[in-house]
Write a protein that binds this ligand. Structure first.
Ligand code: GDP
Ligand code: MG
Length: 787
């Protein structure tokens, strides 16, 4: 029997995990190993992928991967055995009840018994790496530690770039928030970032954040971090949930077993964070290494893994020292068949052969292949830690709530309609209710201010040119853009709530089948949805994708998702030309963007990106109420971003354009702007735009200025068409222009991020390609409009 055949709701035990290479390693690292009991929860609404529960957390995987996992029924005997274990462990825990919750700085800030005190010099800048699983609360903790604004999300992998900051009130410190990882075996490119950071930057200390509601999986990473021989403290996060559900963790005991300080905290409630900082500073300052790095047990399951690991350690000791890789870590990675570490160690042929022999012997004795044997060793150690220190709550409120919500949100018949309704509601609230209301307010304010300034300048008898620059240039240019701030912030607000709550992970789960049809995996939905906010973070978030092929393809598709900066354009033209069908046309444009994206993806799939999308293994976190502080910080960041842009790029563009359209080549003020410098320049490219109805030099100019920032299209129109656009242009022109703005090249900031991710060639190619696509579609619209 294999996992694919398991009925929903049934349990079975894994006996074999098939597949090869990094993907298989990823399965093992996620806890899918022989001997473990797995429960199938359900299939996604479109029949693929499936959701399973393992070690108390939920994972998704595709049916074809599930088919590689062999199962056996759970016998009565093993059942009662595990029940007995459960009983034992509850008894065990009640005995321990009197333990104080944790030691604090009871040992006067000293955790280890030191033989000698050799602190680092006082002026050393202590560098910390914040490492942990995805959704363990790293970013929330980082915000608490540094007080800075970071993007926090509840989708696996929202942190895609490393961010650093100083710990509050501690001058000589620097913490870096790293992307979430499940293991030190690199799987996606962001996992590689985290691993390389820890291995190469050699931080003075590691703050390992562990989700206490999910200890089994989180400690898997901890064990590999301990092998690195770098001072480490464990921040046991989400303790509020554990305690709220009646669970507890014997922190003292855990410290003794793991040999590092363990500090229970709640990052979102800012509990225990000060204490964490004290411990972290202490271990880093005194360079207190983890006391325990050896987790294999000589007596366990014949001790084969233990013997193999120690043999490898002896074998490679000198190579590890030379290449500056902690030897314990190197040994376990070699046994896991990690090619990158193998390469770095530079073993000679004899040593490689010996290594292979050791590994083969281990496989033979253990009757498991090497990767599975190592993963199994780690999980059995974790079992021991868990059964002696952790009392799991019988029911977790958050878990039950998530399951209830999922019955509807990922239910067979409800998932897609609910998703459509949620998106519709988000856009409706953004454009018609909240955002629109705030926008009205702001617009009224700006108009009042403009006329006040106009009046004041006139009565003061200001020079005509200056007057024109201020009122017609700056105020109408920047002002027209500024009024879109509320809509943009509101849309980001909703997107971040969806992300933070854990819903987007579910969307990835049930959209996987559809996205596969266009050659992508469910994970790509995240960058694509973020793309409706802004293309730049969307492109950055593609680093969560584990394959280069998927990543490239997703990057090239995100610009087709209409970003918020294009909204001002739509609103401006819709108000002027199609006021009665406004909502319909706006929605239509969004859908046209999506449809074009799909067509282009199908084309890519047949040409540039042949092959299959990567497998889809992902954790489904519990739904969590987004933390108000995080959301507020995000909004503030976005608003700041937008304002900065409005007052730098757009402000400059406004002035330049105003200048170019007010003067001729001999720098005389022109009567009519068609004699201006701008008209001359734009006239050169006008022929390209003439066939699609956009041959007017003023339109060409606006489109060019839109490359700087999309909002500039509107501000430029504001300046160049001072008489109002509804008289100057026809409806067909407006339609063609809308479509062209939707599809043509993304703004300079997005082009720069494409270049950073994929290189200059791809970025240039994307610009030309999108302009071509836009031209073709606009041409069609123009023809239709003139029928
Ligand atoms: P990251 O992926 O590791 O950066 O995790 P985030 O910082 O994005 O947090 C994931 C989710 O957990 C967010 O919805 C947070 O609001 C929530 N969260 C973080 N810390 C805590 C905590 O201590 N208690 C509870 N109940 N939720 C938390
Ligand atoms: Mg994060």
């Amino acid at each position: 029997m294999n996992l694919q055949d398991l009925e929903s709701g049934d349990k079975a035990r894994i006996i074999k995990v098939g597949g090869r290479g990094e993907l298989r390693q990823h399965f093992l690292d996620m806890g899918v190993i022989p001997g473990v009991v797995v429960t199938k929860i359900k299939l996604a609404p479109m029949g693929d992928p499936m959701e399973i529960e393992i070690h108390g957390y939920e994972l998704t995987l595709r049916l074809e991967d599930a088919a590689k996992i062999e199962l056996e029924p759970i016998s009565e005997e093993t059942n009662s055995e595990s029940r007995m274990n459960e009983n034992q462990h509850t008894a065990h825990n009640s005995e321990k009840k009197n333990h104080p919750l944790h030691p604090g700085l009871g040992e006067e800030g000293k955790f280890h018994e030191k033989k000698s005190e050799t602190p680092l010099p006082d002026d050393t800048i202590l560098k910390f790496a914040l490492v942990g699983n995805q959704n363990s609360g790293k970013t929330t903790l980082f915000n608490q530690l540094t007080g800075s604004n970071q993007h926090v999300g509840n989708f696996p992998g929202v942190t895609v770039d490393q961010k650093s900051g100083k710990i509050r009130e501690n001058k000589n410190t620097l913490v870096t928030d790293l992307p979430g990882i499940y293991s030190m075996s690199p799987y996606s490119s962001e996992e590689l970032i985290s691993r390389d950071f820890v291995l190469n930057e050699k931080p003075h200390g590691i703050i390992n954040i562990v989700d206490a509601t999910n200890i089994e999986r989180n400690l898997y990473l901890t064990m590999q971090l301990l092998e690195l021989d770098i001072p480490l403290v464990i921040a046991l996060n989400m303790m509020d949930e554990v305690i709220g559900n009646g669970g507890s963790v014997d922190v003292n005991k855990m410290e003794h077993i793991l040999g590092v300080p363990v500090i229970p905290i709640s990052a979102s409630k800012n509990q225990g964070v000060d204490e964490l900082v004290k411990h972290a500073l202490h271990v880093a300052h005194y360079q207190e290494k983890p006391l325990r790095q050896d987790f294999c047990d000589k007596n366990e399951k014949g001790g084969a893994v233990h013997r193999a690991l120690h043999a490898v350690i002896h074998l490679i000791q000198d190579h590890a020292d030379r290449s500056n890789i902690p030897v314990r870590f190197a040994a376990s990675k070699l046994l896991e068949d990690d090619k990158r570490i193998m390469h770095k160690l530079d073993l000679d042929t004899n040593e490689k052969e010996t290594l292979e022999h050791i590994a083969l012997q281990m496989e033979k004795e253990r009757k498991l292949d090497r990767s599975a044997a190592i993963a199994d060793m780690r999980f059995s150690f974790i079992q021991k830690v868990r059964s002696s220190c952790v009392k799991k709550p019988l029911v977790s409120k958050e878990r039950l709530r998530s399951q209830k919500l999922d019955r509807i949100l990922t239910g067979k018949f409800t998932a897609l309609p609910v998703f459509a309704a949620v998106m519709a509601l988000v856009f409706f609230l953004t454009f018609n209710v909240i955002g629109a209301f705030l926008q009205q307010l702001l617009e009224t304010g700006i108009t009042k201010l403009t006329s006040a300034v106009d009046f004041w300048l006139t009565s003061a008898g200001t020079n005509e040119v200056l007057h024109g620059l201020i009122v017609n240039g700056i105020f109408s240019g920047v002002g027209s853009v500024l009024s879109f701030l509320p809509v943009i912030v509101t849309l980001f607000f909703f997107l971040s709530i969806l992300e933070d709550s854990g819903y987007i992970a579910r969307v990835a789960f049930f959209m996987d089948t559809l996205l596969r049809k266009i050659g992508l995996s469910g994970r790509s939905i995240v960058p694509l949805l973020i793309g409706f906010g802004c293309t730049v973070p969307a492109i950055m978030s593609t680093r969560i994708l584990p394959s280069e092929r998927d990543r490239k393809m997703t990057i090239l598709l995100t610009p087709f998702m209409s970003c918020t900066a294009k909204l001002p354009i739509y609103a401006f033209f819709v108000n002027a030309f199609f006021p009665r069908n406004g909502a319909l046309i706006m929605t239509g444009l969004y859908f046209l963007g999506i449809a074009t994206g799909i067509l282009v993806a199908l084309l890519y799939r047949k040409t540039l990106f042949k092959g299959e999308p990567v497998p889809f293994v992902m954790e489904l976190p519990n739904y969590r109420l987004p933390c108000a502080r995080n959301v507020a910080q995000l909004l503030w960041e976005k608003a700041k971003d937008f304002l900065e842009r409005a007052f730098t790029v757009i402000f400059m563009a406004t002035i330049v354009i105003w200048f170019l359209q007010s003067f001729d080549l001999r720098l005389n003020l022109v009567e009519d702007s068609s004699m201006s410098i701008l008209a001359k320049i734009a006239g050169l490219i006008a022929p390209i735009f003439r066939p699609i109805g956009l041959g007017d030099w003023r339109i060409c100019t606006s489109l060019i200025s839109g490359v700087m920032a999309k909002e500039s299209v509107v501000s430029t129109f504001g300046i160049l068409f001072s008489e109002g656009i509804s008289l100057a242009l026809s409806k067909a022109t407006a339609a063609s222009l809308l479509v062209f703005s939707l599809l043509y090249t993304p703004c300079i900031a997005s082009i720069a991020s494409v270049k950073r991710e994929l290189g200059l060639k791809w970025a240039a190619g994307l610009v030309i390609w999108q302009c071509a696509v836009a031209w073709i579609f606009s041409f069609a619209v123009w023809l239709l409009g003139n029928l």
